[in-house]
Design a protein around this ligand. Structure first.
Ligand code: ADP
Ligand code: ZN
Length: 739
């Protein structure tokens, strides 16, 4: 009997195609298998998404090769891919490509094979005696092998460990005293590290009831999300750990998403310590292709049952999934900024539905979306109101930069109060963190005489001055040039550096505290792969007194000895044309403040601002999430913003301004026809950053209560229009940045 498959090809197509399985391959192919199929004159890689006995088209051609027989996608993940292509307005091919790592799709990397050796143990005693007399060196190596805790051992390790040669080992094999085997050698990104086992802690009452809620969801296979809202340091991670323990006890797997894994090595450590290094597989963008291949297979083949990773790990192949945890669910790094523009937290919630598993979202500053869902009863809410052991929340002091300006006649980088606090803490051998979400030295170069501002030649933004390299750089496209000594326009030498970034903060702090050891962490100083880990280790072990950084240091880091945190300028990011500016600022201040006083010492936080009465600053100061949420909700509701509606942003861009605008207008006109009256379609506008990387950008914004129908309509409309070749049209559903 002939069998047929439907496949999705890797070339971003949006259609399923049908092929015949050649007779003797039928037993080797299942849903999720990777194959090669002919399309016109080419062979394409493809994924099998359905198998049947009945053809739906005539003259289907046969599959030409099997690339990997084992499934790369479970039925639940396939459902997720289909949902994703529908919701996020991308092709099936694009959704599939996002879901399966390239090393797995291409199947060009395989396991590393290595030689292993082990001793033969039941050897006659007189034979051994003979060996000891005739060749004591071989006997010593044999004894060394027998003394190992684990068999077999890598050949190369044995040779080095026993201090011997290939030849001696080979002689043991020839005498029948040792055996060689060739095995898969794991490429473990954490191979060189040891993890000291940790035991579950006795939970406090609030943690207990949070765990209870999640555990019953796991038990009942209830995908209704649980939102765990717990202040920084309230023990959320311990709840995750114990919930995962429940999964493992029931032979089910778990998936943990963290915002940016390279920024939180501590998190991986805590999971590996609790469940053993082997049980936990790690997926993130800094793995080599070989490591990623091995970690992925460890999960699919059930050798590891806990997956931990950043955004794309939402697709991790964990069989019999019991729980998905999304840590710091409010973090914007869960949102993918290029197509397909999915949000990993939202996909996690949908995946839980397809997997019939529990989903737990944790945060100290829940997103407006998730908290609204908890409020409306769509999610269940668990709260951790206090820090573990009733440690105090740090004291937050707001420093009014306007007053400082009046007193000092210049705007200081470090206010008098912050300076004094740092000095006092340093004397007590405590540590400080200074935070500014802007790198470089000066945020722009302005000519005093003619007002000329150095702008990027490709983007409509000012260039940032970097002192150490003496260059001006564009943070959007990477364009860089030597900093001009005089104005490029009027040749006046009085060109001035306006605004400041972390590099300038570092200079100012070095002048103020010449004795202190200071380190800076931002994209400029952390370009090397291990730099981040090294700096954090030095900071943790007390070799650094003051750490200066961008949002890199705002994330879940835990330093017990940090007692003073300075937010150099809270206004950065607050006064920009984006409805989420207030929410982002509130979250950032709360998270950064959470870095202070994690140990036995109480911490102090200084927030410097020229708009000290902004609601996001005031609510953060009083640790008042509810208050912030209420006010922000009211604003979002009044102005028709998420979480009360969904936004869809369509980008149209081209290097040719006229063609971009015209294409956007055409698309706008076509969209308007047949649009549901409940949907708001806004006019075509130039994007707030009107030009990046040489391309002019136009936006079309839509608001709607429901997404799926509108998304399908947009996709269909775009497909029907033939845009000029240089015009690129992208759709961002639930966009995070509107710039
Ligand atoms: P969060 O994830 O909410 O920031 P953590 O889980 O990192 O908080 O907990 C903060 C600290 O408190 C950690 O050092 C953790 O080991 C400790 N901790 C958590 N729960 C308990 C508990 N029930 N008893 C004692 N210590 C705890
Ligand atoms: Zn640029």
């Amino acid at each position: 009997m002939q069998r047929f498959v439907r496949v999705i090809t890797d070339d971003l197509a949006d259609k399923e195609l049908e092929y015949v399985i050649p007779g003797d391959w039928a037993s080797k192919i299942e849903v999720g298998s990777r194959v090669k199929v002919p399309l016109r004159s080419r062979d394409l890689l493809a994924t099998v998404v359905a198998i049947s006995d009945q053809a739906t088209v005539e003259g289907a051609r046969p599959i030409t090769a099997i690339v990997s027989p084992g499934p790369v996608l479970s039925p639940a993940l396939l459902d997720l891919v289909r949902w994703m292509s529908d919701y996020y307005c991308c092709s099936l091919g694009a959704a599939l490509r996002a879901a399966i790592p390239q090393v797995i799709r291409r199947a060009e990397v395989s396991f590393k094979r290595e030689r292993y050796v082990e001793p033969i143990l039941n050897v006659a005693p007189d034979e051994l005696e003979g060996l000891r007399r005739r060749s004591p060196r071989q006997a010593a190596v044999y004894d060394w092998l027998c003394g190992l805790q684990q068999h077999p051992t890598r050949w190369a390790d044995a040779r080095a460990g026993a201090g011997t040669t290939d030849r001696t080992l080979q002689q043991l094999v020839e005498r029948g005293l040792a055996k060689v085997s060739v095995l898969n050698a794991g490429r473990d990104p954490y191979g060189g590290e040891t993890f000291i086992p940790s035991r579950p802690l006795a939970l406090n009452d609030e943690q207990q009831s949070a765990l209870h809620l999640v555990a019953s969801s796991i038990q009942e296979r209830n995908p209704q999300p649980v939102l765990l809202y717990g202040v920084t340091g309230s023990g959320k991670t311990e709840v995750y750990l114990q919930a995962i323990q429940r999964c493992l006890e029931h032979n089910r797997g778990a998936l943990i998403l963290v915002p940016e894994i390279t920024l939180t090595p501590q998190t991986v450590e805590r999971f590996k310590m609790r469940f053993g290094a082997e049980m936990v597989a790690v997926l993130h963008s800094h793995l080599s292709a070989g490591e990623r291949h091995d970690e992925w297979h460890k999960l699919r083949d059930r050798r590891a049952r806990v997956a931990i990773g950043a955004r794309s790990a939402v697709f991790a192949p964990v069989p019999n999934l019991g729980l998905i945890v999304v840590d710091e669910e409010h973090e914007n790094s869960y949102k993918q900024e290029e197509a397909p523009c999915y949000h990993a937290r939202d996909l996690a919630v949908v995946r839980a539905r397809f997997e019939k598993c529990a989903v737990l979202l944790g945060s100290a500053t829940p997103s407006m979306e998730s908290y609204q869902n908890a409020h409306s009863g769509k999610y269940r809410l668990a709260r951790l109101r206090s820090r573990v052991d009733d440690r105090e929340m740090p004291l937050i002091r707001v420093v009014d930069l306007r007053q400082e300006f009046l007193k000092q006649k210049t705007l200081p980088i470090i206010s008098t109060r912050l300076g004094l606090a740092i000095e006092e803490r340093l004397q007590r051998k405590e540590q400080a963190i200074l935070f500014l979400n802007r790198r470089g030295f000066a945020s722009s170069l302005i000519c005093n005489a003619c007002g000329y501002v150095c702008e990027c030649q490709n983007c409509s933004v000012a260039l940032t001055y970097h002192l150490e390299e003496n260059r001006i750089k564009c943070h959007l496209c990477g364009h860089a040039a030597v900093a001009p000594g005089k104005c490029p326009q009027c040749a006046d030498p009085g060109i001035r550096y306006a605004g400041y970034g972390t590099e300038k903060v570092e200079g100012a702090v070095r002048k103020l505290f010449p004795q202190a050891v200071i380190a800076r962490m931002d994209a400029d100083t952390m370009s090397r792969k291990d730099a981040y880990r090294e700096t954090l280790t030095s900071f943790r072990t007390g070799k650094i007194d003051i750490l200066i950084g961008t949002q890199m240091i705002a994330k879940g880091l835990d330093f017990p000895n940090v007692t003073v945190v300075g937010i150099i300028n809270a206004d950065v990011g607050l006064h920009i044309p984006d409805f989420r500016a207030g929410e982002r600022t509130f979250q950032l201040l709360t998270q950064v403040a959470g870095r202070a006083g994690r140990g036995d010492l109480t911490g102090e936080v200084f927030v410097q601002s020229s708009t000290p009465f902004s609601p996001s600053i005031q609510f953060a100061r009083h640790h008042d999430f509810e208050g912030f949420w209420e006010q922000e909700s009211e604003f979002r509701h009044r102005c028709d913003y998420p979480p009360f509606v969904h936004l869809i942003l369509i980008h149209v861009r081209s290097e040719h301004q006229g063609r971009a605008e015209l294409s956007a207008e055409t698309l706008h006109r076509r969209l308007r026809e047949g649009l549901d009256p409940s949907v708001t379609l806004h006019a075509v506008v130039p994007a707030p950053i009107a030009r990046t990387k040489g391309a002019y950008r136009f936006h079309i914004l839509l608001r709607s209560r429901a997404v799926l129908r509108l998304s399908r309509q947009i996709k269909a409309t775009i497909e029907k229009i033939t845009f000029p070749e240089d015009v690129h049209v992208g759709v961002d559903v639930d966009p995070y940045y509107l710039l």
